[in-house]
Design a protein around this ligand. Structure first.
Ligand SMILES: C[S@@+](CC[C@H](N)C(=O)[O-])C[C@H]1O[C@@H](n2cnc3c(N)ncnc32)[C@H](O)[C@@H]1O
Length: 255
C-alpha cells in the first residue's frame, strides 16, 4: 500500500476539523447503541473517538501506523475502540462488525471491490455510511493561492489506483449501483475562522502535501505558501463555511 499520509498525522490531529457533533449524532442514531461499527480509514480517530461514546464498540482500522498511534494516544481512556492496522483489502481478517463508516477515506479505495466484500460481511440490516465533504464541496477561500503553490512544487495530484481521483465517479453513483443502493443524505453546515498557521498546518495534513511527500522541500513549500497566502489576504484570517455530508446506504430489502 502506498504511503499516502507520511508524517501528516500530527498535523491532521491539530489542524483538520472534526465532522461536528450533529453529524456524529446522526451516525450514532443510525447505528444504535448496541452496534459494533467498523471505522475504515479511521486516521487518528476523527470519527471513531466521538462515535465510541455512543455505540458498543468501534473497530478503528487504518494502514497508517502514525495515524493509529495518534488515535491510541487521544483515546487513551476509551475502552471500546480496537485500533487495528489494516485496509480496504484486508476486511475479511477483521472481527465481526455490523455497520461501516468511512470518514474522508472511501475515495482512496477500490470502492466497488470494497462494497462487494461488505455485502458478504455485513448482516442484512448493515449500513454503509460515508461522512465528509459534500458532493459539491465549497472551495476554500485560500485554495486559488494554494493551488498555484502546489503546481509550482509539482504536487497537485496524487492518485491511488481505482480511487475517486482515478475514476472521477462520485460516491453516490458508485453506491447506487452497488448492493447498498438505498441512499439517504444529510448535510450539516458550519462556519469556522482560520488564521495563517491553521491554513499552513492544514496543507501538511493532506496526502498530496504530506511532509514525507515534500521531503527536504517542506521548509521551502511552507515559506512559498505563507507568502502566497499573505499576498492573497494580508490580514491572514479567513472565514470559511464547511458542509459535511452524512450519506447512508442500505440494501433495498431492509428498509
Ligand atoms: C483523510 S484521512 C481520514 C481520517 C478520518 N477517518 C476522518 O474522517 O478525518 C484518510 C485515511 O484513509 C486511510 N486510507 C488510505 N487508503 C486506505 C485504504 N485503502 N483502506 C483503508 N484506509 C485507507 C489513510 O491512511 C488515512 O488515515
Amino acid at each position: 500500500m502506498e504511503d499516502l499520509f507520511g508524517g501528516a498525522a500530527p498535523y491532521y490531529v491539530k489542524y483538520r476539523a472534526g465532522h461536528g457533533d450533529p453529524a456524529i449524532e446522526h451516525l450514532a442514531m443510525t447505528f444504535g447503541p448496541d452496534a459494533t461499527v467498523l471505522d475504515l480509514g479511521c486516521g487518528p480517530g476523527t470519527v471513531a473517538i466521538p462515535l465510541a461514546r455512543r455505540v458498543r464498540e468501534v473497530l478503528a482500522v487504518d494502514p497508517d501506523e502514525e495515524m493509529l498511534a495518534e488515535g491510541r494516544r487521544l483515546a487513551a481512556k476509551a475502552g471500546n475502540i480496537r485500533w487495528l492496522r489494516g485496509d480496504s483489502t484486508t476486511l475479511a481478517d477483521l472481527p465481526p462488525f455490523q455497520h461501516v463508516v468511512m470518514g474522508r477515506s472511501f475515495h482512496w479505495m477500490d470502492r466497488r471491490a470494497v462494497l462487494a466484500q461488505l455485502d458478504e460481511l455485513l448482516p442484512p440490516y448493515g449500513v454503509v455510511a460515508l461522512i465528509g465533504p459534500s458532493r459539491e464541496p465549497v472551495e476554500e477561500a485560500w485554495e486559488p493561492a494554494m493551488r498555484r503553490v502546489r503546481d509550482e512544487f509539482g504536487v497537485s495530484t496524487f492518485t491511488a489506483t481505482n480511487s475517486y481521483q482515478a475514476t472521477g465517479e462520485h460516491h453516490d453513483d458508485v453506491l447506487a449501483t452497488s448492493p447498498f443502493s438505498v441512499l439517504d443524505a444529510a448535510r450539516y453546515r458550519e462556519r469556522r475562522t482560520y488564521d495563517l498557521d491553521d491554513v499552513l498546518g492544514l496543507q501538511l495534513s493532506y496526502s498530496y502535501t504530506a511532509p514525507a511527500r515534500l521531503g527536504d522541500r517542506l521548509g521551502a513549500f511552507t515559506e512559498a505558501a505563507r507568502k502566497a497566502l499573505l499576498a492573497l489576504n494580508p490580514a491572514g484570517t479567513w472565514e470559511q463555511m464547511t458542509v459535511t455530508e452524512v450519506l447512508t446506504a442500505r440494501r433495498p430489502d431492509t428498509r
